[in-house]
Design a protein around this ligand. Structure first.
Ligand code: NAP
Length: 280
């Protein structure tokens, strides 16, 4: 599995990780097998959150990584409503307990909320000094909010986790360029559109199939390779089945030509910059 420097964090992280939203709704044994198969294939960036299944996803992750903690780049997220100075620290302690670990590799503010971000950053920095988190970042932040974090904390900001897939390319307008300029990793969530992946009979689906055939690759592998063409980008597809995990891992070595990228961009136009950052 290919690794890249994770923004300003002192870590090299695999380009294709594993999401866990709603994973607790899959049959438990199947979901555990999927996560473990992913680890075997080097998909060691595991993304979870206190929100997912109200903590159940974190408990599932704990079981999947038992005995393998050191292999994993483990990321969780604090809910905005908990993201006061004290609340962030308490939420982190709860996540650590559910994850049965003593540290997170990354801890993110799930989306901008009402607590001043300066307070959340103070808590992140406290957690970092205490060794409970090794790096921190944000999620669903647009450029003005990123600017504020940068003003407060500069290069402590490791990543921004944002919605990015072929049918939702809004972050290409300003968020990706900002992150590139500031050395901040972009983590593309819902890389398959979260259940709305283009079907084989759609116009876009046919383009994905055609490009895939030329590389002996699947449509989903082409979709991931499109996102990963940019060296600032990482991705965290969710798969509750081991065969899906294997398919996703297979995208790591796939390189698209400039012509193929252009074909995809015609089939899935970026559109104008929206007023608000799209989120899920
Ligand atoms: P996604 O990864 O875009 O899509 C997941 C769906 O694709 C599932 O139905 C999965 O099915 C299916 N799938 C995955 N690989 C497949 C394959 N190779 N072939 C066929 N189907 C496949 O959706 P997501 O869960 O919304 O996003 C990924 C992760 O991003 C989340 O799990 C979460 O960790 C993170 N996220 C973060 C935020 C945020 O606000 N920060 C928001 C949304 C998501 P199976 O499960 O049956 O395999």
């Amino acid at each position: 599995m290919i690794r890249r420097r994770f923004g300003n964090a002192a870590a090299d992280v695999v380009v294709i990780g594993q999401g866990t939203w709603d994973l607790e709704k899959d049959p438990r044994a199947t979901a555990l097998a999927a996560l473990r198969r992913g680890l075997d294939l080097g998909m060691t960036h595991i993304d979870t959150a206190e929100m997912y299944g109200s903590g159940e996803a974190e408990s599932l992750v704990a079981e999947a990584i038992a005995g393998r903690r050191d292999e994993v780049f483990l990321v969780s997220k604090v809910l905005p409503e908990n993201a006061s100075r004290k609340g962030t620290i308490a939420a982190c302690e709860r996540s650590l307990a559910r994850l049965r670990t003593d540290r997170l590799d990354g801890y993110l503010l799930h989306w901008p909320g009402d607590h001043p971000v300066a307070e959340t950053i103070e808590a992140f920095e406290q957690l970092r000094r205490d060794g409970k988190i090794l790096s921190w970042g944000v999620s669903n932040f647009d450029v003005p909010e990123l600017e504020e974090v940068w003003r407060l904390a500069g290069a402590r900001l490791a990543c921004n986790q944002v919605l990015y897939h072929l049918q939702e390319r809004a972050i290409e307008h300003a968020v990706i360029p900002w992150c590139e300029q500031h050395g901040v990793a972009v983590v593309a969530y819902s890389p398959f559109g979260s259940g709305a992946f283009p079907g084989a009979r759609t116009k876009g689906g046919r383009v994905l199939q055609t490009i895939g055939r030329a590389h002996d690759a699947t449509a989903r592998q082409v979709a991931l390779a499109y996102l990963l063409r940019n060296p600032a980008v990482f991705t965290i597809p969710k798969a509750g089945r081991a065969d899906h995990v294997e398919d996703n891992a297979g995208a790591a070595g796939l390189r698209l030509s400039a012509d193929e990228v252009a074909l995809l961009e015609r089939a899935f136009p970026r559109g104008r910059r929206p007023r608000e950052l799209p989120t899920l």
